[in-house]
Design a binder for this molecule. Structure first.
Ligand code: PMP
Length: 383
């Protein structure tokens, strides 16, 4: 059996059609999109086409899309930009406790600068309830940040309700769509968000290309200064190949989404059913239904998650302990702690995320191997 990739939440392989769409921009169409000559015009044209594709996927206007290097940059941009632009209005932010570090860390920096932050804890099933967000609001709140779906446990949040609340209170809402754009419907209008962030490599596009949606008229200072690119909202020469790839990936996802959601959900449900039946020490983390169609996340009692990932790797299977962004550390994931997992259960966790080319045979092989690798408890390492 060739290697099996079950870590699509960390990154996805580039679709071959995306690679083809990018290729000319590394050779004959290499121009700088800001240049006034034909080379520049051709690059500019590709960027604007990609902007339209992404805007269609998100239900946005093309002028509301700012291309970035990824979701990390987009999240940093919004947190620091809104704080700076709305300093006179207030200094309080409401942030879900299970956000990605690219939101938590810039928020922490604001805390050091004198802003105040309320962290909203999820329910046990990983849901950030609209009631909990509402309870955290203050008269001086300027921004709410809640991810569309969590990158570890895959729980999809009630963003439309949170968005309606934010709009009614006149507070900006940032929605991290890194795990949902291209995978499930993520329309900025339906969700009532003011900002959203994404990375192309999470939906079969290239690494190092991403985008920020900024609703028309919002106030948010720039992160990168020193150039007029992206309507002066993000300086630096545009990554034309990456942006063209992002646009192609968005177009492919828009066509394939409904079918892919169905296929992956069927495989994922079979996987969850088999793991819970065959491995008595397994617990599913996150809401059983309101989760990404490709996400399964378990904790195994008395098991070292990192050790389990290494054992599966030897069997040719790539998946992740907790989240790829925190693996390598032996600290329990902040997401699992926030939903009430004990350290022991959090350190014994495994995330399996399916993708466009995952097959039933691969899932069957994974289950066989998981049964073998969890037959004898792997004692937790001390670290
Ligand atoms: N937000 C979420 C929810 C993510 O899963 C990730 C990637 N793990 C990011 C932000 C950051 O994406 P990137 O590293 O591509 O900037």
């Amino acid at each position: 059996m060739p290697p099996i990739y079950l870590d699509h939440a960390a990154t996805t392989p580039c679709d071959p059609a995306v690679i083809e769409a990018m290729r000319p921009f590394w050779s004959e169409r290499f121009g700088n999109a800001l240049s006034p000559h034909a080379f520049g015009r051709r690059a500019r044209c590709a960027i604007e086409e990609a902007r339209e594709e992404l805007a269609s996927l998100l239900g946005a206007h093309p002028s509301e899309i700012v291309f970035t290097s990824g979701a990390t940059e987009a999240n940093n941009h919004v947190i620091s930009g809104v704080a700076r632009s709305l300093k006179d209005k207030g200094g309080h932010l409401v942030v879900s406790a299970i956000e990605h570090h690219s939101i938590l860390e810039p928020a922490k920096r604001l805390l050091e600068e004198g802003y105040t932050i309320s962290y909203v804890a999820p329910d046990q099933d990983g849901t950030i309830s609209v009631g909990a967000v509402e309870a955290a609001l203050q008269p001086d709140t300027i921004l709410i940040a809640v991810g569309h779906a969590n990158n570890e446990i895959g729980v999809i949040q009630p963003i439309a309700d949170i968005g309606r609340l934010a709009r009614a209170r006149g507070v900006y809402l940032l929605v991290d769509m890194a795990q949902t754009a291209g995978h499930i419907p993520a329309h900025v209008g339906d969700l009532h968000c003011d900002f959203s962030s994404l990375s192309a490599h999470k939906f079969y596009g290239p690494q190092g290309a991403g985008a920020l949606y900024m609703r028309k008229g919002v106030l948010c200072g720039s992160l990168l200064l020193g150039g007029d690119q992206e309507r002066s909202r993000r300086a630096s020469t545009q990554n034309t190949a990456g942006i063209a790839g992002l646009g192609k990936a968005a177009a492919l996802c828009r066509q394939a989404m409904a079918q892919e959601m169905k296929t992956q959900q069927t495989l994922r449900d079979a996987l969850i059913g088999a793991v819970l039946k065959e491995i008595p020490r397994a617990v599913l983390n996150g809401h059983r239904i309101r989760r990404l169609p490709n996400n399964a996340h378990f904790s195994f009692e008395n098991t070292d998650g990192e050790g389990l990932v290494a054992a599966l790797d030897i069997a040719g299977i790539a998946c992740s302990a907790g989240s790829a962004c925190t693996s390598g550390q032996l600290a329990p994931s902040h997401v699992l702690k926030a939903i009430g997992s004990s350290d022991r259960m959090a350190l014994g966790s495994l995330r399996i995320t399916l993708g466009r080319w995952t097959t039933e045979a691969e899932i069957q092989y994974f289950i066989e191997q998981l049964k073998i690798k969890t037959q004898f408890p792997l004692p937790l390492r001390r670290g």
